[in-house]
Design a protein around this ligand. Structure first.
Ligand code: ZN
Ligand code: ZN
Length: 177
């Protein structure tokens, strides 16, 4: 789905509203971003854009659920997400030093735009990653993978545990004593 907004359509006064629903087909994993695997519940995105002098302010919210891989066991699980975000959309001057100055002066994130067009795909992708918890876990007590044989300890038990004790159990034992 193309989500390019032509900012020439934003009125001089007042706000313009946009809403999108991003479903499974919208997501395509990039090369580096392995963590998000899919969209589980369509993500509803609401945006407001208005002008401030030669710039634009973009305020947005989204809500939905992603299929995310667990940091411990690497299995995908469902992660509810909900977030708010704000950007300044600033026409690039074509002069990187001047552009740099703009970045320093604003206290909210700046996106430079060319030809009065903003590509929402990139902004929303970035926001989806930012909305993930610091640690993505399928469940708080996920046991993860065995460091020795690599089996998923949530579903299997292996001989390695009996042999030397899994770190998680070792910690538990410490707490008990
Ligand atoms: Zn897990
Ligand atoms: Zn093992």
């Amino acid at each position: 789905m193309q989500m390019i907004i032509d900012l020439k359509t934003i009125p001089g006064e007042g706000k313009k509203y946009f809403s999108y629903t991003l479903d499974r087909g919208w997501w395509s994993p990039g090369e580096d971003d392995y963590q998000i695997e899919s969209i589980e519940t369509p993500i509803s995105v609401e945006l407001t854009i208005y002008r401030v002098e030669r710039k634009y302010v973009l305020d947005g919210t989204f809500k939905g659920a992603l299929g995310v891989s667990c940091d411990r066991c690497l299995e995908p699980y469902r992660q509810e997400i909900e977030a708010e975000f704000n950007y300044f959309l600033v026409p690039t001057t074509g002069d990187s030093e001047k552009d740099e100055l703009e970045l320093v002066e604003e206290d909210i994130e700046v996106v430079f735009i060319q030809d009065d067009k903003v590509n929402l795909n990139e902004i929303i992708r970035e926001q989806l990653f930012l909305s993930l918890p610091v640690k993505c876990l399928c469940r708080a007590d996920c046991l993860g993978l065995c460091a020795k044989c690599g089996c998923n300890l949530n579903v299997n038990s292996c001989e390695c545990i009996k042999a030397q004790g899994h770190p998680a159990f070792a910690t538990l034992n410490k707490l008990k004593n």
